[in-house]
Write a protein that binds this ligand. Sequence first.
Ligand code: PRT
Ligand code: ZN
Length: 284
Amino acid sequence: MKLKIAIQKSGRLHEDSMALLNQCGIRLRSGTGKLKAEADNFPVEVFFLRDDDIPQYVEDAVADVGIVGENVLYEKNKKVKVVQKLGFGKCRLSIAYPKDRPVQTLKDLNGKRIATSYPYVLGKFLKQQKIKAEIHEISGSVEIAPGIGLADAICDLVSSGSTLLTNGLKEGDVVLRSEAILVANPKLNAQKQEIVNKLVFRIKALQEAQCNKYILLNAPDAKLERICEILPGMKSPTILPLAKKGWSSVHSVVNENKFWDIIEQLKAEGAQGILVVPIEKMII
Ligand code: PRT
Ligand code: ZN
């Protein structure tokens, strides 16, 4: 039994999706030019599709799981299960206004026209906000709509903001924050669910590793107690005696967010030769 995984054929999510499968130890047999590829060492088959089609294929069980942006998932509104956030493809769906016109806030949008490729998500947002505006669905180049007189504002994906800037638009309310997610058909059989569980276990090990660093340092024995207090570690730090008398080597794992604070404290306590090493996978 093989798990069928749908990923984007080409575009912004393709490379990160491929890299994720690769880092999970899944080696695909053929290249990406084809419709599908099989793995030698893990029971999966990967289908390369347009991102817009992935929620439907997963709902229909043509694919068992898929990697897609939350923006696409919520717009398509299909019956699929969100399994895991993946941390890439981050962007936001925002309303944006032409800089030089009277319509500048949400309230100004009553009775006005908004161009978007996300009519469903935007419609829900406007209803929540009690704004009655006309939604014009267009499939691409939404940012030019105000300039050609098609709309008073737009609602589109933003990441760096440079597309808005070059089109004379200013970002307003954020309708949705999005990243790539793993979705699944809600009725997978037990065998397929088992494969999904294995995949998610590997993804979590990668994510855990990405936000932690392995740290090695030398410390005078007299300072060991204090240094161990500073280092959180997975259980407690590993301590090995050095050839030089009165000194030890201390190994531990440090969360990236607290990293610089901890290094400063360690140095202040007399730690030397501090080495920081990336962790490839981390199983807690
Ligand atoms: O061919 P296919 O249908 O599969 O691909 P596509 O052209 O529909 O999608 P693609 O590859 O452009 O994007 C795939 C997914 O990447 C999206 O559904 C989002 O989940 C995610 N993503 C992340 C983005 C962006 N960032 C993004 N910046 N998708 C699109 N953009 C576009 C945006 O529409 C706008 O035109 O980039 C422009 C804005 O970018 P900045 O950096 O100028 O703000
Ligand atoms: Zn698309």
